[in-house]
Design a protein around this ligand. Structure first.
Ligand SMILES: NC(=O)c1ccc[n+]([C@@H]2O[C@H](COP(=O)([O-])OP(=O)(O)OC[C@H]3O[C@@H](n4cnc5c(N)ncnc54)[C@H](OP(=O)(O)O)[C@@H]3O)[C@@H](O)[C@H]2O)c1
Length: 310
């Protein structure tokens, strides 16, 4: 299904309109139309730069060929993301063609300066990492990215040292480290304690809450920005709730879908800067972006969401 700008704005307006209907769930609190229509943002700690809490990943979903039929829906997905200035796009040179496709679509949309572009280094430190970075710059059609991350802790000591040099040279704006499994989070926590990193990218979702224990509070206290990967457990969360109706109280936090409940659970954690769900479908992108709008769950509502999957 194709969603154009007007439909997306309609989606946001729908939430606003619901708030105006006496007796509707959305009318339960005095949220203003302005609060509802503006996507929530979080500051990169220690800066005045605020990122929208919903961004986008690209692994698998942007790993397509050159055919217009394959790329057209992704161009729509990109166009929806570009409506919000400064949205995060996360890619990697190891995601098949995803980095090339990201670069091509951004170039075609003239969107490079509208996004916060993040990619990764997964090659061994030294010449292989440098060659990989040179390819990323060519594939992304840009000499500079906003965030360069050491992917899955590969050669992290040496690669981090080099990323620091790139930052000093002004070739990247921020540096970070990533992983996608909970068993890597103790190591990530040690790195956050002992090294200066700007961003950590980790897995966190309703089904994987280990990060709440140590890593998220630690990042918050040390002023490290946090990107959340696998917010839907690579789609598994949707299969868990298949055929289950949305709880009626979802409207109290302006959620129209399970996806929005899953995402609002994540971005309402105060340590989270941005979640980066991946999608190949404009309709799902609009749905995901809706999670950055309207009221967010408080601590009690977060536990109510969590109990749905307990
Ligand atoms: N080590 C690392 O650094 C690392 C590891 C893993 C992931 N990541 C990053 O994190 C991003 C996100 O993680 P992920 O790609 O593993 O998985 P994910 O975002 O948890 O889930 C993606 C899946 O959810 C589906 N989906 C998305 N929005 C939906 C919606 N509103 N309703 C229904 N289905 C929806 C997508 O299908 P459709 O295409 O049909 O919408 C896709 O199958 C990656 O793309 C990547 O950029 C980084």
């Amino acid at each position: 299904m194709s969603i154009d700008r007007r439909s997306f704005l309609g989606l946001a307006a729908g939430i606003t309109a619901a708030a105006a209907v006496p007796g509707s769930a959305a009318a339960a609190s005095p949220a203003t139309a302005a609060t509802l229509a503006a996507p929530m943002r979080r500051n990169i700690p220690g800066t005045i730069e605020a990122l929208p809490v919903i961004g986008m990943g690209t692994s698998d979903t942007f790993n397509v060929g050159t055919g217009a039929d394959e790329r057209a829906p992704l161009a729509e997905v990109m166009a929806l993301l570009l409506q919000t200035q400064g949205s995060v796009i996360d890619t990697a040179p190891s995601y098949g063609s995803a980095e090339v496709v990201t670069g091509d679509l951004l170039k075609a949309a003239g969107g490079r300066n509208r996004v916060f572009l993040a990619t990764k280094i997964s090659a061994p430190a030294g010449a292989p990492a440098q060659a990989q970075w040179a390819r990323s710059q060519a594939d992304l059609h840009t000499g500079k990215v906003d965030l360069l991350q050491v992917h899955n802790l590969i050669d992290w000591r040496e690669n981090l040292r080099w990323l620091r040099q790139l930052k000093e040279q002004g070739k990247i704006r921020y540096l970070g480290i990533t992983h996608y499994r909970e068993d890597a989070q103790d190591t990530l926590a040690q790195i956050v304690r002992s090294e200066k990193v700007d961003f950590v990218q980790i897995n966190y979702s309703l089904a994987e809450r280990n990060a709440e224990r140590v890593l998220l509070p630690l990042c918050q206290s040390r002023g490290v920005a946090v990107l959340i990967n696998r917010p839907f457990q690579d789609g598994r969360l949707f299969r868990t709730v298949k055929d289950r109706p949305l709880p009626p109280w979802a409207g109290e936090i302006d959620c129209n879908s399970w996806g929005q409940l899953f995402l609002k659970f994540i971005v309402s954690h105060p340590a989270v800067t941005t979640a980066i769900p991946a999608t190949s479908k404009p309709r799902n992108m609009a749905d995901n972006l809706g999670a950055g709008l309207g009221r967010m769950p408080d601590a009690g509502q977060r536990e109510r969401i969590a109990a749905l999957l307990a």
